[in-house]
Every structure is written in C-alpha cells, then in structure tokens.
Design a protein around this ligand. Structure first.
Ligand code: XIL
Length: 377
C-alpha cells in the first residue's frame, strides 16, 4: 500500500485540496475549497439566489454555484406572480428545473417567498381588493408547498411585513393586510404549517443593520410582531435577515446587530442571513478601493452575525455582479458630476463575491475569512 504522508492526508480530507506539499513547511491545512465547505466547518450552509435560465445558459455561473453553494434560493421562480401569472394557470417549469438541479447536485433549496407585497400578481391584487378571499392564498400555498415540500425544508412564508411610520404596530399596509387585517401573518404561518408539518417557517425582513431611525423602528416592530406570534402559539421557526448592506448608510451597527440577534435568538428562533449583498456609495473610486469598502463592510457584518449561535447559514443575493439586482442608478451617476469625463463609467455595482467575469473578489475572501475565523464549538 502506498504511504500517504499524514499531514497531506489530513489536509486533503479536510478541504478536498492538497495543501501540505513536502518542503513548503505547511503545517496548517489549507482553507477548504468553496464557501459551502468553509461554512460546513461551522455547521452552516452557504447559498445564493439563482435563476434557472441563467444557470442553464451560463456554464461559469453553474460551475460557481456547484462549487460554492450548499443551498440555492429561487430568485424569482417561486414568487406568486411568477407561479400564477393569471388565475389558475400555474407556471411550474422554472421551479421544477431548479428542484431537479438541486436534487442532482445535492443542494438544499430555500422556499422564497410565499407572501410578498411586490410579487402579488395583478389579477390577485385586484381580486383581493374586491373580496377578502383567503382561498386565493391557500390554493397558491397548496400548489407550491405540496409540489416542492419534499425538496424545500425552509420557507420564507412572509416577506417584508414591516413598514415603519404608518401604523402603530409597524406592519406594512400591503394587499394582504388590507384584505385580511393584521392576522394575515399568523394565518399564513398556520396554513404553511398545515401543508409542511416538518418545514421550517420563517419571516424574512430587510433594513435591520444600521443605526438609523427607520431601521431602529423596523427592528422594534419586527421584535414586537414576533413576540405576539410566539405568545399566541403561532408556528414560527426562524427569521430571515436579508442583509442588503448599503454603504450609503454608513457602517453596519455591530453592537446593535449583536443585541438584536440575541433578542431574536431569545425567542427560540433560528436565524438565516438570506440575501447578503452590498450597495456601493463611492462609484468614482478605483475598483480596488471600491472592492475594499465592500469587503470591509461584509467582514464587519459577518464577524458579528456569525458569532450568534442561532445563525444557521447565509446566502448572497446572486453570486456574480453581472446578475445583481443592485443597479448603478441615474441618481448614483448624478452624485459624481465630474467623474468619467472620458466617457467611461463606474461599471456594475460590485456588491457580490464574484465579478462580472466570475472572478473572486475581496468580498469572496471576506466571507471565507469570516467563516473560517472562528470554528463553531
Ligand atoms: C428581487 C429580484 O432580485 C429582482 O430581480 C426582482 O425584480 C425583484 O425582487 N428582497 C427580496 C427579494 O426578498 O425577493 C428581492 O428580489 C430583493 C429584495
């Protein structure tokens, strides 16, 4: 039998990569290949939002998802407007394709998202205004949870229910609230539990990371909502923190985030970081400087977030800048009237781990370092 130097064997079995090469004096195993492998060392998942058409058409994206992710989130395919664009006509092929991709490659899939004010199809919006017909909600839930409940264990049942500044309870005055009143949230969770008895049921929310008055109000309203749901015995297993970081807002408020997460965990909830990305502010700076600002912000956030033992995993909202939903807007251009006189421009927002040609950027290494920084006990 060939003898394998022990050090090499350990490194290989830990990370799937050979690290210790005789003579290089490496005594530490190399970081594992891929963010999912780094996350797995702390028993976390790492994932990204994907679109089946992009996965199919773009081999480099597919390879990156296969190598980096243990979990995928449908960016669009599960949303009500995508699944039921007209009443009773179900469009399931894109979700079926994702489910098959996940099954074949051994990835988990998150169920994003059932009730979101921005994904209500027009026909349902009109119908709900006309009549508070819960049957519309339950038949959509039934269609998708029954079909994908085998593949999806974690559901963002209600997305973005908080909108501070309008009602004393801080709830968003969306089509669901207008039709069914504030109890629509509990009702949706009960309905989801009925269809997915083993599923993990989440509320997913954004705008919770900064010391700004609006975000403070949103954190408080979310905590109060959770308190009411828990007090009434409503099935709620976790909370998704979207974590769309934004350099225009300053720096993430680390001690606030820490305290907020502790309160969430105190309700016995698990916490997912569901949509991590970074909106930039300084588009006129060099790409290297911009990448540094993005990666520093991500590291600040993850260092505090990953400390919280209730955090079960993290996902970015896309992997590559070329698919980011974050655009450089006209308002962004207007903030730099003297830049790009030569006719150039800032290019894309650089707020995801891979650049547009699918090269790893500093944000990638910030996520990897944060994951590897501390082993979960
Ligand atoms: C976004 C998609 O990325 C866009 O392509 C689409 O136009 C709008 O929705 N919060 C969420 C996600 O929960 O579903 C959103 O996804 C981004 C903000």
């Amino acid at each position: 039998m060939a003898t394998i130097p022990r050090r090499t064997f350990i490194a290989a079995s830990l990370g799937g990569m050979t690290a210790a090469v005789a003579g290089l004096g490496a005594s530490e195993p190399e970081p594992p290949a891929g963010l999912a492998a780094a996350a797995a060392r702390r028993r976390l998942f790492f994932g990204a939002a994907v679109r089946p058409d992009q996965l199919e058409a773009e081999g480099d994206l597919r390879q990156a998802v296969l190598a980096e992710c243990s979990c995928i989130t449908p960016e669009l395919a599960l949303k009500w407007g995508a699944v039921e664009p007209s009443r009773g006509r179900l469009v399931l092929q894109p979700m079926d394709a994702l489910r098959d991709f996940a099954a074949k490659s051994g990835k988990r899939m998150r169920g994003h998202t059932l009730m979101w004010h921005r994904s209500v199809p027009d026909w349902a919006q009109a119908a709900l205004q006309e009549r508070a017909d819960w049957g519309l909600i339950s038949s959509y839930f039934d269609a998708v949870i029954t079909r994908y409940g085998g593949a999806i264990k974690q559901w963002d049942v209600v997305n973005e229910p908080i909108d501070p500044g309008h009602r004393s309870d801080g709830l968003r005055e969306n089509a669901f609230l207008k039709a069914f009143g504030p109890d629509y949230i509990a009702r949706a969770l009960v309905e989801a539990r009925r269809l997915a008895p083993q599923g993990e049921l989440l509320i997913n929310e954004y705008g919770l990371e900064y010391d700004l008055s609006e975000e403070r109000q949103r954190r408080n309203a979310l905590l109060k909502l959770i308190e009411r749901l828990k007090a009434s015995g409503t099935p709620l297993d976790g909370v998704g923190l979207q974590a769309h970081l934004d350099l225009r807002k300053g720096r993430v408020a680390t001690s606030t985030i820490k305290a907020f997460m502790r309160e969430l965990a105190g309700f016995g909830l698990s916490i997912m970081i569901t949509e991590l990305d970074v909106k930039e502010a300084q588009y006129a700076d060099s790409a290297a400087a911009r990448d540094r600002m993005v990666s520093d912000e991500v590291r600040r956030y993850l260092d505090v977030a990953l400390e919280q033992p209730a955090v079960a995993g993290l996902a970015t909202w896309g992997l590559s800048d070329r698919h980011s939903w974050l655009e450089v807007t006209k308002a962004d251009y207007a903030r730099f009237p003297h830049a790009w006189k030569d006719g150039g421009g800032p290019g894309l927002n650089r707020g995801l781990p891979f650049d547009a040609s699918m090269q790893r950027k500093p944000m990638y290494f910030a996520i990897q370092a944060a994951l590897l920084g501390r082993e979960k006990a």
